[in-house]
Design a protein around this ligand. Sequence first.
Ligand code: SAM
Length: 286
Amino acid sequence: MSKVGTVSRTKNIIDKHDFHIKKKYGQNFLIDQNILNKIVQIPSITSETLVVEIGPGLGSLTEHLLDKAKHVLAYEIDAELVQILKEVFSTDKLTVLNRDFLKCDIDSDIVELNITYDKVIVVANLPYYITTPIILKIIEESMLVKEMVLMTQQEVAQRLTSKPSTKDYNSLSIAIQYKTKAVIALKVPRTVFIPSPNVDSSIVKLSVIENIEQKPISEELFYEIVRASFAQRRKTLVNNLFNKYGIEKEVLINLLNDLNLDSRIRAENLSVSDFIRLSDILYKTI
Ligand code: SAM
């Protein structure tokens, strides 16, 4: 299929199928060929790679992914779009599942494809309203995904990649940076979508760290402590931990001293490594 004129391609498909854009599914379709060309250069896709696309929509990104990858496994919640995709693409390189990605078992769907691949990469222009749950689901549940290249709102992209002691740094930054190397790869203006969203976007590249050097004794406790520590961002770490676990403040201050951390420190000042050390010391205390 020719890749010239994505605007008219998208509009033609919409008209031909009398498709009505559904806001409830976060449908903002990419229509800029330049941006699409740039996006597909970002993931390390080879002709042996299995790409998982979440929300292929009308297939403008899918078309490029099919050119580069061995196979594309796509999850689309909107049955009407699934029908359209099946009509537009007649290739056995594409598997489209009419499923809510949040309810799928990604690794078993990949195994069911029964194909060989060099690696699995997720590429998606994500529906904004469920960006965070989708990213956390992949991070927590998939052993197979090695890389994610995701279009998110600029604000989310900043959180994912922000460093300690900055205003965007929060529990999501820590959860992501514990398991991946996160970088903003491309800024994307709102004008390249129809309909145009109210905010600009960014492409974030998350590369899963193969051998995490520093691991907490309990990942579950680590995530719980990170969430509890940011529960009230302006409060000190001691106050947030006291509220969550009821451990006496003096005991908490001594623990922080043992870690060479100031007793008035706030969650936003701790690095991922600090949180791991804190989690391990609390593991033995709680
Ligand atoms: N990839 C297309 C593009 O770039 O033009 C469409 C992107 S649009 C922002 C998001 C897509 O995700 C829509 O097609 C929408 O129907 C789909 N979607 C929304 N929620 C979903 C979910 N829970 N599971 C799978 N797909 C979903």
